[in-house]
Design a protein around this ligand. Structure first.
Ligand SMILES: C[S@@+](CC[C@H](N)C(=O)[O-])C[C@H]1O[C@@H](n2cnc3c(N)ncnc32)[C@H](O)[C@@H]1O
Length: 230
């Protein structure tokens, strides 16, 4: 493809959109052609923006639940609770802040990730090839949850307080089954308020508050749930 072809199609050699060049007439004295590195960077910047928590939040506020990723401090506090488990399943990995810690701190564990947003899920798969990434909502991927071995921990960033009622109810039912199938299983979840993330319907399950994390926007509390915690 010649440079002029690129101008008239608005596409750069990598196949991405060359910003600001669409619709340019052939007689137009073009400004200095941006260096290749700039042209390659424009789609990359747009791609990064599209996958940011802010853009995701604007698109689906109830399903994303926040505008900034979890801080490193919160991610490490969540990851600590997965220590010693041979299998970890992350629910709602978003931008991968918690995934990064899980991969780094639990190298020996089998890590499965469920994320409903395809763009974010693909990024997690590319950034963390060791993770088995499943695209979809947790209540649609119950088999992946229940197929975990007996000693497994679910590490969740799901925004239970803002999820649509029916999605929250079916997701909670799936998590209850996951926990009750094997009493040693645990759920790790953070909340922004003081209340537990959600109420269990089954009285055999309970929450334990494990850590307050001030260095997060907003400050959060890490909780662990399971049976025999009372
Ligand atoms: C609070 S954000 C993720 C925070 C994450 N720790 C981070 O730092 O990026 C919640 C994520 O859960 C995902 N999500 C929401 N509902 C879901 C569901 N039912 N199943 C799977 N993922 C879900 C959203 O797409 C979003 O990426």
């Amino acid at each position: 493809m010649t440079r002029m072809d690129e101008e008239s199609t608005g596409r750069d050699r990598q196949g991405g959109m060359a910003l600001g060049l669409q619709g340019m007439s052939k007689g137009y004295a073009a400004p200095a052609w941006p260096r290749a590195s700039h042209r390659a960077r424009a789609p990359a910047v747009l791609d990064a923006l599209a996958g940011s928590m802010l853009v995701q939040f604007v698109r689906e506020p109830a399903l994303v639940g926040g505008v900034v990723p979890s801080s490193n401090v919160l991610a490490r506090a969540m990851s600590r609770q997965a220590r010693g488990y041979p299998a970890v399943i992350e629910l709602g990995a978003g931008t991968g802040a918690v995934t990064r810690c899980l991969v780094a701190e639990h190298a020996e564990a089998v890590l499965t990730v469920i994320e409903r947003e395809p763009l974010l899920a693909r990024r997690i798969a590319t950034s963390f090839p060791r993770a088995r990434v499943r695209i979809g909502c947790v209540h649609e991927r119950v088999d992946d949850l229940l197929a975990q071995p007996a000693r497994a921990v679910a590490v969740s960033s799901l925004p239970f307080r803002s999820l649509p009622g029916n999605v929250a109810a079916t997701t909670i039912a799936a998590i209850e089954r996951f926990l009750l199938d094997h009493p040693e299983r645990r759920l790790v979840q953070y909340s922004y308020g003081l209340r537990a993330p959600f109420a269990f319907r089954d009285a055999r399950l309970a929450w334990r508050r494990v850590e307050r994390v001030w260095r997060n926007v907003p400050p959060a509390i890490v909780w662990v749930a399971g049976s025999r915690l009372l």
